[in-house]
Design a protein around this ligand. Structure first.
Ligand code: FE
Length: 339
């Protein structure tokens, strides 16, 4: 009897308390485009009972939407595959700070936002892949060397409207300055095997088809090709090797896929639960083994396919520079005719 009385008091008390998490849900605006994400959200829903609603679009569309919706936005979290877009949205005042030390203590400090707005989820390198048949590893060295005329008509890369390329060139602007990067881009465009088109995967397939000899692509796409169920994709993955540029100086360019709490996150507490989950060792292992990205937690090792490429030195430039220098990068693309 006593127990029943106690229980009913608890029920009455809790139902009177203001409950910030009335809805057991969370709304995400996401630019990520990988199957692993659905798996993560399913796992999270099972663990917490919090339903994850995802709106997918490209980062610019989502940023515009957040801006237009203002205080009425249903979004709690914004997720991108490019830290430059996280910087841009934070610079526009669309986020609130998130500085929970318990989340950050296990993460590599290189991947953290010094301004406290965004949280890294994974990282990746934009590498050079080369034809196993037509290129020797010793022929490659740095991003700068892609401007060498020995690559005339041999280099494959996607269009300059792509955020991955914009981030890479932003890193060059930060490291080498505007003029050097502009000269570099001009020479690189002359080395193109064809007008930029298609995805990163398409560049690798083009090497396999003999349309070019080297390509600039994100590291995990090689893992995804090799793990594919399509024979054509496995063949493409096997036609190339991965090369990390600039290992004798600053290191290879990296970018972060990350997220941020929106300014008015209506389901803030639920969103924080998801941040804690996605940065946990369990979720980090799910990422590395399904999307072939790298973990932001140094204790989580890459997938065996990725481990084969070896460890590499990473460009230590402040990741926010990939956003700060973005306008310069785009101006350089336009000026030098990188379509
Ligand atoms: Fe991608």
């Amino acid at each position: 009897m006593k127990k029943i009385l106690y229980l009913s008091v608890v029920v009455i008390l809790t139902s009177c308390m203001p409950n910030k998490n009335k809805s057991k849900e969370i709304n995400i605006y996401s630019q990520r485009h990988y199957n692993v994400d659905e798996l993560q959200y399913q796992n999270f829903e099972k663990m917490t009972g919090i339903k994850v609603n995802v709106t997918k679009a490209n980062a610019d569309e989502l940023i515009q939407r957040l801006k237009n919706e203002g205080e009425n936005s249903p979004a709690d979290l914004f997720i991108t595959v490019d830290v430059g877009k996280l910087w841009q949205a934070s610079d526009m005042g669309l986020f609130q700070k998130f500085e929970d030390k318990s989340v950050f203590e296990n993460l590599d400090p290189q991947f953290l936002d010094k301004n406290g707005f965004w949280v890294p989820v994974t990282y990746r390198s934009r590498v050079v892949v080369y034809s196993n048949e037509r290129v020797k590893k010793d022929d490659l060295s740095t991003y700068e060397d892609l401007a060498n005329e020995k690559w005339r008509g041999r280099l494959l890369v996607r269009s300059s409207s792509n955020a991955y390329n914009q981030a890479l060139v932003s890193s060059l602007v930060a490291n080498l300055g505007v003029e050097n990067t502009s000269n570099w881009s001009e020479a690189v465009v002359k080395n193109f095997a064809r007008d930029p088109k298609g995805s990163d995967r398409d560049q690798v397939k083009a090497i396999a088809a003999g349309q070019g000899d080297i390509a600039i692509v994100n590291s995990y796409y090689i893992g995804l090709l090799l793990a594919s169920e399509k024979e054509e994709e496995i063949k493409a993955g096997n036609a190339v090797s991965v090369f990390f540029p600039n290992q004798d100086d600053r290191g290879a360019h990296i970018n972060v896929s990350g997220l941020a709490l929106t300014k008015n996150a209506p389901n803030r507490e639920n969103a924080i639960e998801l941040i804690k989950y996605l940065t946990s060792v369990q979720a980090q292992e799910t990422y590395v083994n399904n999307s072939y990205e790298y973990s932001i937690n140094p204790s989580v090792k890459p997938d065996p396919i990725v481990q084969e490429w070896g460890e590499f030195k990473k460009d230590p430039v402040d990741l926010n520079m990939l956003g700060v220098k973005r306008d310069e990068a785009i101006r350089i693309f336009d000026k030098t005719g990188w379509k």
